[in-house]
Write a protein that binds this ligand. Structure first.
Ligand SMILES: Nc1nc2c(c(=O)[nH]1)N[C@H]1C(S)=C(S)[C@@H](COP(=O)(O)O)O[C@H]1N2
Ligand SMILES: [Mo]
Length: 369
């Protein structure tokens, strides 16, 4: 079970990250995380639905090996009827398929100064897949949630140590979120059984929330009558000013857009080279807080509205396009999205200690020659 964090003195309080944020070069530990956890190649923004192998990946510990034949999901805690369900039984329950854009809350971290020490994402910790499985609310209704329940705790089979705390990866959702009809216990990604790295045999998918909520390799679901205080809830994934700040929890995905860098890349620097003439600038935009209502493309500092396509679903990114006639010379392209709540991507990011929720605009330098 997850080791619970008891009330400790401030000085003993575990930290989400090991080491203070730095302005120094990328460390060997960051490189080690980066090669385990890959991002979306930006050219894959062309697809409505990301092929599984191009979807970003984030795994805190090791990918557990799970035998689906003997695996069971346990549902218990503050419920009328605790249950244990096999994968075969789950596959007989009513299923839904839903396209969902998932983004890691740490996306954009390595662009912050100073740089928080963790997975050093640039901009590409994102992807959109179609997830198929049983709505969580359906199973919770069968189990019968007690009236005094406040949260549902999800525990994965993967174990490790973070911030000096031994744990199994665990997260909770408030009852209200857990009862949403689109929160799904998924056994398929893009129409095939889950790949090992994406949570085989079963994972949670919480549309609209940053990726940390979508617990992979699900083992147990516990309904609880007190807020969950596991490490990934009460220490990690909080917007903090500094290591001692309790901070506020990270929940929904902030509005963001990305562009497919036009032209061709230089192998080593990845700087872009483009021929003069018409070019269609393209990208994707998404938000977990409401539909994307506007994308503007910045061309050498001047903002022009782009055309918005239709997303594959309410929690999936939408395509944007803007024709541009490239003339010779150096140019800086940028894109910024606005969602239905009026939130717009910032031009400068406000820093936070764990480097979370960075939705600063992307800038792409191109050399037209
Ligand atoms: N069991 C478990 N679930 C997990 C994680 C993990 O390390 N262990 N990582 C979380 C984080 S931080 C993210 S961003 C998403 C990534 O999902 P993906 O690897 O399928 O893209 O999974 C989440 N679920
Ligand atoms: Mo994440």
């Amino acid at each position: 079970m997850t080791k619970q964090i008891s009330k400790r003195r401030q000085s003993e309080k575990p930290k989400a990250h090991t080491g203070e944020p730095t302005n120094g070069p990328i460390t060997a530990e960051e490189l080690q995380l980066a090669v385990r956890n890959h991002s979306l190649p930006l050219e894959a923004l062309r697809d409505d639905i990301t092929p599984a192998g191009l979807h970003y990946l984030l795994t805190h510990f090791d990918i557990p090996h799970i035998e689906a034949d003997t695996w069971h999901l346990r549902i218990g805690g503050a419920v009328q009827r605790a249950v244990e369900i096999s994968l075969r039984a789950l596959r007989r329950d009513p299923a839904i398929s839903i396209p969902v854009t998932l983004e890691c809350a740490g996306n954009g971290r390595s662009l912050l100064r100073p740089r928080p020490l963790s997975q050093p994402w640039r901009l590409e910790g994102v992807g959109t897949a179609v997830w198929t499985g049983v709505p969580l609310a359906y199973l919770l209704a069968q189990a019968g949630v007690d009236e005094d329940a406040v949260e549902v705790v999800f525990t994965g089979a993967d174990a490790g140590i973070q911030g000096g705390v031994r744990q199994q990866y665990g997260r909770s959702l408030p009852i209200k979120e857990a009862m949403r009809p689109d929160v799904v216990l998924a056994y398929e990604m893009n129409g095939r059984e889950l790949p090992p790295q994406h949570g085989y045999p079963l994972r949670l998918v919480v549309p609209g929330w940053y990726g940390m909520a979508s617990v992979k390799w699900l083992e147990s679901i516990q309904v609880v009558t007190h807020p969950f205080d596991g490490f990934q809830q009460s220490v990690a994934y909080r917007y903090q000013k500094n290591a001692d700040d309790d901070g506020t929890p990270v929940t929904r995905i902030k509005v963001r857009s990305l562009m497919i860098p036009p032209g061709i890349p230089d192998f080593f620097t990845r700087s872009r080279v483009l021929s003069p003439g018409p070019v269609m600038l393209k990208g994707r935009a998404w938000s977990g807080e409401g539909a994307v209502v506007r994308v503007e493309v910045g061309i050498d500092g001047k903002w022009v509205p782009a055309h918005l396509g239709h997303p594959a679903g309410p929690f999936a990114w939408c395509e944007w396009t803007l024709p541009w006639v490239a003339d010779r010379g150096e140019h800086e392209l940028a894109c910024r999205a606005t969602d239905a709540t009026g939130s717009v991507q910032p031009l400068e990011q406000v820093w936070n200690y764990q480097g979370l929720g960075n939705n600063v605009v992307q800038r792409v330098k191109v050399n037209v020659e």
